[in-house]
Design a binder for this molecule. Structure first.
Ligand SMILES: NC(=O)c1ccc[n+]([C@@H]2O[C@H](COP(=O)([O-])OP(=O)(O)OC[C@H]3O[C@@H](n4cnc5c(N)ncnc54)[C@H](OP(=O)(O)O)[C@@H]3O)[C@@H](O)[C@H]2O)c1
Length: 203
């Protein structure tokens, strides 16, 4: 049975992903607070230490990140930098720390989001962070070709976040739990690398 580490396992997206993987994979749930592993995506040394305690594994799935949703007039450059860091740097840090422990042709899946492709008001930081992840992954795939696979999943607003984000995503079709599960299972199992699996429908 493949061993998969899901970071952000307790979040709105991570919970759906974990539920969709648990039947067929050994899933280790991680976040700053656990429940199986305590990992802070910003602390490279401690991520390495924690992953070393697991030994090798088949896939790392990152469901972490978040950006401020503010109109540009109100968004400070500190907000912007913090958003890029929380969404993009944190996930690349996880990927970098995971690489030495991945089994041959193992899989890394990062998460971006629809605002990399479609504008919303107050979404400039999300657009930049998602776009950076989407653009970065093909280069990483090329650098690690033949050794490991790395892909991005880009959901629309997900079903269980609709109430949380209110009217920010008015008119966007939410990504269903089933689509989320298919996408992350595909990046784990299918022979794909350098791809952005976009679960969005532009209206
Ligand atoms: N929700 C949506 O509709 C939606 C749509 C498209 C894309 N996305 C993207 O999906 C990702 C997850 O979103 P979400 O809505 O599920 O967020 P969320 O509900 O806030 O969950 C975030 C998860 O990440 C963990 N986490 C946060 N910071 C961490 C860190 N430094 N190190 C390790 N774990 C950390 C949290 O647990 P701890 O607090 O215990 O660390 C939690 O498990 C984000 O990148 C988001 O932009 C979400």
């Amino acid at each position: 049975m493949k061993k998969i580490i899901v970071i952000g396992a307790t979040g709105k997206l991570g919970k759906v992903v974990v539920e969709g993987l648990q039947k067929d994979y050994e899933v280790i749930r991680a976040s700053r607070s656990g429940p199986d592993l305590k990992i802070d995506a910003f602390d490279f040394e401690s991520i390495s230490d924690v992953l070393a305690s697991i030994g090798s594994f088949d896939a790392l799935v990152s469901c972490i990140g978040g950006t401020p949703f503010k109109i540009f007039d109100e968004l400070t450059m500190e907000d912007f930098a913090a958003g890029l860091s929380t969404k993009c740097f944190s996930q690349l840090n996880l990927a970098k720390a995971a690489i030495p422990f991945l089994r041959e042709n193992g899989s890394i899946t990062l998460t971006s989001g629809i605002i990399g492709d479609e504008p919303i008001i107050a979404g400039s930081c999300a657009a930049a962070a998602n776009g950076a992840l989407n653009m970065c992954v093909s280069t990483l795939a090329a650098e690690y070709a033949g050794k490991l696979r790395i892909n991005v999943v880009s959901p629309s607003i997900i079903e269980n976040s609709v109430d949380h984000y209110g009217m920010l995503f008015d008119g966007f079709e939410p990504t269903s739990n089933q689509s989320i599960i298919h996408a992350y299972r595909r990046t784990i199992s299918a022979p794909i690398t350098g791809q952005v699996l976009s679960l969005t429908r532009s209206l």
